[in-house]
Design a protein. Structure first.
Length: 228
């Protein structure tokens, strides 16, 4: 077995993969939420549709997309492996365990939060990503060039109270997952320092609030503008 395989199959290696894939997905979320803020632009979806076409046709973006898919799969797989090994290493719970006083709820339930987010991700991909790539979609024209009208699909989908509620609740769980995962990733990479840790913690908290809140505000905004 090569040193690479040994490293990746060690506890430290697994945690390192979790940290690296987690940070990559955090960067992805930042880019994704930035692009999706075009939904707030009052232009009938033109800017958003142009952005959507760029994100699905640009070669460099396609490579980043494949890296994102790989990161999601690796993050899920390594989280399952770590959970399994943690349980096998401690098969019997401590009789007087006081986990609730030693750690936060979200840090103890990262697996549950991750599972909920994964289910949401499957719904999200089926509803928008799949349709954008292979679905039968309306087409619009801007400046003589044709674009798939993803904005109309999004606009129609978020007229459903149930779907809006699903997105808002899921973003709440995402925020809880990020609030622990952000700091944990830096700690695993050995980037925690008495001088910088407070700043990292504040940055992680801000990220875990602002990004999910922005994502949640989009379906709410679309739902209410369609009521007028």
């Amino acid at each position: 077995m090569s040193w690479v395989s040994k490293t990746l199959n060690s506890t430290l290696g697994r945690k390192l993969m979790m940290a690296l894939t987690g940070l990559f997905l955090i960067i992805f979320l930042l880019g994704h939420v930035s692009g999706n803020t075009l939904l707030f632009k009052n232009d009938g979806g033109e800017a958003f549709n142009i952005y959507a076409k760029f994100m699905t046709t640009n070669p460099a973006v396609k490579i980043l997309s494949y890296l994102t898919y790989i990161s999601v799969i690796a993050h899920v797989v390594y989280s399952m492996i770590l959970t399994k090994y943690n349980k096998s290493a401690r098969p019997v719970a401590y009789a007087n365990s006081k986990a609730s006083t030693n750690s936060s709820w979200n840090s103890r339930n990262m697996g549950i939060l991750g599972t909920i987010i994964l289910i949401f991700l499957a719904v999200h991909l089926q509803g928008f990503w799949y349709k954008m790539h292979w679905g039968d979609m309306p087409v619009v024209s801007y400046g003589g060039e044709q674009y798939k009208d993803l904005y109309t699909i999004v606009n129609f989908a978020f007229q459903s109270e149930l779907l809006v509620a699903l997105y808002v609740v899921a973003m709440g769980f995402l925020g809880l997952h990020l609030s622990h995962g952000f700091q944990s990733a830096f700690q695993t990479l050995g980037l925690n320092h008495v001088k910088y840790s407070p700043a990292i913690q504040k940055l992680g908290l801000a990220f875990s609030i602002i990004v999910p809140a922005l994502f949640a505000s989009m379906p709410i905004y679309i739902y209410f503008i369609n009521m007028n």
